[in-house]
Design a protein around this ligand. Structure first.
Ligand SMILES: [Zn+2]
Length: 329
């Protein structure tokens, strides 16, 4: 008899086989079925500064004054590649490639498909504190988690910041200003419905309630909540521009485009920012020279739906045919 519990090991094995690594600190909204609605209530927590206490130790870099970090990733070869365009406003070869493809066709459906296959999904990453009450399920009550909020869920937050007052309707006052101030905050209600096969977040809203209020009853409780925040930057892999360039080269050669050899002066960004623990071993195509072998379909592009949390694990079989079609135009 081993001192290790075989049942627990088997359970863990099943979990590991079930899909990609799931970060227990990330809130991933469940997929909502047609005709159903799910609600969650939380406070969005204030931005972190470098050195602040976080759940894993100290925060690695400051979030300026803003409560969230805008990010996005391309899902290629079963790996999420951070998009340098969205994260840092820098050129992204994959985005450029997608825009080029889109420019070559007027077919709306085709353009939509290219966007879905190649363009990253923009999300807004933030720390949440789930209220210790319903409608939150018990396992979420009182928890601090981070959330990659899709655009629909982010919009009410932006609108709130842009409001200077509660509005003219005293029967229906609107939350306004810095809704994420831990001493004067408005709770957020995430309401998830279903639309066309995807989660729909458009009914989500910040709640005025009795007006702005502290996120907990005492300073000590507030402090304890803030100290559980997550260093968001540690959850975003550094954009790997060399790998992205290599993938684009493969896609181009496969689809009949001219293959441009990588320029020697192309800056290869080292993956310097705190290496994420979930990074998969870099044995893939990043280190291959794209012109060393005949192009083949080694780049697997996976579609992700726009708002299901990037959970779509299906490999898209149509993409290669599509690429051929589009490239020959
Ligand atoms: Zn990109």
């Amino acid at each position: 008899m081993s001192k290790y519990d075989i049942e627990r090991i088997r359970n863990q094995m099943k979990k590991n086989q079930a899909g990609r690594f799931r970060d227990p600190l990330e809130f991933r909204p469940p997929k909502v079925e047609a005709g159903k609605t799910l609600k969650f209530k939380f406070f969005v927590l204030p931005p972190l500064r470098k050195g602040d206490k976080v759940v894993s130790g100290q925060c690695s870099q400051s979030m300026e004054e803003y409560f969230c970090v805008k990010t996005g990733g391309h899902f290629i070869n079963n790996e999420l590649l951070t998009c340098p365009r969205i994260l840092n406003n820098e050129e992204c070869d994959l985005c450029t490639y997608a825009f080029e493809l889109m420019n070559e066709t007027d077919d709306k459906e085709k353009r939509k498909k290219i966007a879905k296959d190649f363009l990253p999904r923009t999300t807004h990453m933030m720390n949440l504190y789930f209220l210790p009450s319903v409608p939150n399920p018990q396992d979420l009550q009182g928890k601090v988690l981070y959330f990659n909020a899709p655009g629909q869920a982010y919009e009410p937050m932006e609108a709130c910041i842009n409001r200077d007052n509660a509005g003219g309707d005293s029967d229906n006052p609107q939350p306004f200003g810095v809704f994420f101030d831990e001493t004067a905050s408005f709770p957020y209600q995430l309401e998830i419905g279903h639309k066309g096969g995807y989660n729909d977040y458009t009914k989500s809203t910040l709640l005025y309630g009795g007006g702005a209020r502290p996120i907990a009853a005492s300073d000590a409780e507030i402090r304890a909540i803030l100290d559980c925040r997550i260093d968001l930057f540690s959850k975003i892999p550094e954009p790997n521009t060399a790998k992205i360039a290599s993938i684009v080269n493969k896609l181009k050669s496969f689809s009949g485009f001219d293959v441009t050899e990588p320029k020697d002066d192309t800056p290869v960004e080292p993956a310097s920012r705190s290496e994420p623990e979930s990074r998969i071993e870099n044995k893939s195509i990043a280190n291959e020279r794209p012109y060393e072998e005949k192009p083949k379909s080694s780049v697997v592009v996976e579609s992700h739906s726009s708002d299901d949390g990037g959970d779509d694990d299906e490999v898209d079989p149509e993409i290669q045919a599509l690429l051929k079609k589009v490239a020959k135009k």
